[in-house]
Design a binder for this molecule. Structure first.
Ligand code: F0G
Length: 452
């Protein structure tokens, strides 16, 4: 079936600078504007006349298809992806297609009537990065690169290493030594990346990599790469399809390097332009208190000037102080009427255990969304009866150390006042003598204390 907007495409993506607005037909190696140095983005290339009803039907029909491209929850939406990527070049692990779950217990603890979570941790390598990586890795393959590279707090490297391996490319990973979870590091190793642990933080790794790509023929796969953003957009299209194109009041997303919030915002702006949705949700971005450059940027400069920070948080995925996509994220906040909030380490830990108790689970960086929601409800920014979607970005098993330490009561030092309210959510293992009676005793005890 012919795509309803296909006829209107330009074959090659055009780029626009998010700083000075100048346009470019090429990205260079660093994806930055030659005039002002700000990031480039791909600007929409469809005709105003595209028919939303036809697109919705086409995307629905593809869900029954056996073709790899249609089975991918990213490429199923290829009408809104860059058109220059040939189908034969596409590197797909059938990413996307992630579930939208109700979180009834978390709704109660946040003080709202209903709460949904789109779990991007249910992607092939366990994080949302796969949705962008399939697009950008396909571009690298099509352009004939032998090497791809990224700096990472763990998930990007895991994803990039997998897609590079599938495409027959080599991958170079720069990660901060001792600051990424073992689960993520083990993925990069297993998928065959050349993995370098640098004695710096994520921002330091990024600085080194920017110089490497200037000097070596390696293709940069961080989220400054606008093709990553295009792929990550599809999560919002898929969310709207799951919601039967009924726009939620709020979408809440964690903020690190700020690629994901930028991508989701771009998706909603484009869906509105295409006539797929009548209004925008408010997109709010939550950061850890210790890694809060966007919160400070908004509160102290009104979004005009980036305030970089020295980042520190146990949510290692978002331990970032100098986010590359801050300008794009500011535009999303301003364009959708969303807000920023920051949450403490204890608030993150509690929220993570609450998401776990709903039978879903996620990694610490994802749990900032629930912790942030609780604050936004208290402030009255989110109303009890409004519809809310949390974006969970990574799988529970990405960082088992954090989870085990939390439930064993070892996450915070003994006597730390931060940890005082956490005991009720801790579910550490019970060590018993190996007898039936001992097990039955704890079972009866637990049953009598159980509320549910
Ligand atoms: N959640 C998780 C699980 C992440 O891995 C990241 C970023 C974020 C949220 C923040 O997303 O950077 O688009 O604002 N991880 C990157 C990495 C930086 O290297 O894996 P963002």
């Amino acid at each position: 079936m012919e795509s309803p907007v296909q006829a209107n495409y330009k074959s090659k993506s055009q780029f626009r600078c998010v700083g000075c607005g100048s346009t470019a037909s090429d990205t260079g190696t660093a994806f930055r504007c030659p005039a002002c140095g700000e990031l480039l983005e791909i600007y929409p290339h469809w005709s105003e006349a595209s028919q939303p009803a036809a697109l919705i039907e086409l995307w629905r029909q593809r869900r029954a298809s056996g073709m790899p491209l249609d089975q991918s929850g990213v490429w199923r939406f290829r009408e809104v992806l860059p058109q220059e990527i040939g189908a034969a070049e596409v590197v797909t692990l059938r990413e996307g297609n992630t579930p939208l779950y109700a979180l009834p217990r978390c709704a109660v603890s946040a003080g709202v009537e209903r709460l949904l979570a789109k779990h991007q941790g249910m992607n092939p390598t366990g994080s949302f990065k796969d949705t962008g990586m399939t697009v950008a890795a396909s571009v690298a393959k099509q352009q004939g690169f032998r090497w791809v590279a990224c700096a990472s707090t763990g998930n990007t490297s895991a994803s990039m290493a997998a897609y590079a391996a599938r495409a027959g490319m080599r991958s170079l990973v720069l990660v901060p030594q001792g600051k990424i979870s073992w689960g993520k590091l083990s993925q990069a190793l297993d998928y065959g990346a050349l993995t370098c642990e640098l004695q710096t933080d994520f921002d330091g790794c990024m600085g080194v990599l920017n110089e490497v790509v200037e000097r070596m023929p390696v293709y940069l796969l961080n989220s400054v790469n606008p093709y990553r953003i295009e792929g990550q957009k599809t999560a919002a299209f898929e969310l709207m399809e799951q919601l039967n194109w009924q726009v939620p009041d709020h979408v809440i997303v964690p903020g690190g390097n700020l690629g994901n919030s930028s991508a989701l915002g771009k998706a909603f702006f484009e869906m509105k332009q295409l006539g797929l949705i009548p209004a925008l949700p408010k997109i709010s971005i939550i950061q850890a208190e210790g890694a809060n450059p966007l919160v400070r940027t908004m509160r102290e400069t009104g979004g005009k000037r980036l305030i970089a920070v020295h980042p520190e948080t146990m949510a290692s995925a978002i331990r970032i102080g100098n986010p590359a996509s801050w300008k794009k994220a500011v535009r999303v906040l301003e364009g959708t009427g969303g807000t920023v909030e920051q949450v403490s380490e204890a608030e993150i830990a509690l929220a993570k255990a609450e998401i776990g108790a709903d039978g879903i689970g996620c990694e610490p960086a994802s749990a900032v969304t629930l912790a942030g929601l609780k604050k936004l409800v208290k402030q009255g920014f989110v109303k009890r009866s409004e519809s809310i979607v949390l974006i969970l970005t990574g799988h529970l098993l990405k960082d088992p150390d954090f989870t085990l330490k939390f439930h064993r009561g070892d996450l915070f030092p003994a006597g730390d006042p931060q940890a005082s309210g956490l005991a009720k959510a801790q579910r550490g293992p019970v060590v018993l003598e190996a007898t039936t009676d001992a097990v039955i005793r704890v079972l009866e005890d637990a049953d009598s204390q159980s509320q549910v």
